[in-house]
Design a protein. Structure first.
Length: 129
């Protein structure tokens, strides 16, 4: 499972443009998060078809990177995200983006986009043990 980190200008219509080119390929965006800083921004998204999303973004001349996602289930209580991020940091794993992607009972499923997905999986596997 991959996420696309798409660089955008901070102006009206940029997110609409990205969503439209993906929709034009018949692809559903299944998760999204983003923010701006000054004149630029970045959106992280997951989609129902990685190959078609890659093609759509390329055809639209978007600047983007594609990174593997690590999913972790976090207890829905104060501090659970802090603990997960601290475990990753202590293991030397950098979080590039994250997105809530669903619920499992009362717990929250979070997609972490990191510089080292294999190490992130290991961190979360040991945290759950």
């Amino acid at each position: 499972m991959n996420a696309f980190l798409v660089d955008l200008e901070n102006k009206p219509g940029e997110l609409a443009r990205v969503a439209e080119v993906i929709a034009a390929k018949g692809v559903n965006i299944t998760a999204v998060s983003g923010s701006t800083c000054g004149s630029s921004g970045r959106v992280a998204l997951m989609a129902s078809d990685d190959a078609a999303t890659r093609i759509a973004l390329g055809e639209a001349r978007c600047t983007f990177s594609e990174m593997e996602v690590t999913v972790a289930t976090l207890i829905h209580e104060p501090g659970s995200l802090a603990k997960a991020c601290r475990r990753l940091a202590d293991a030397g794993v950098n979080v590039e983006a994250l997105m809530p992607i669903g619920m499992q009972g009362s717990d929250v499923q979070v997609a972490f986009v990191t510089n080292e997905p294999a190490k992130a999986r290991e961190v979360f596997a040991h945290a759950m043990a």
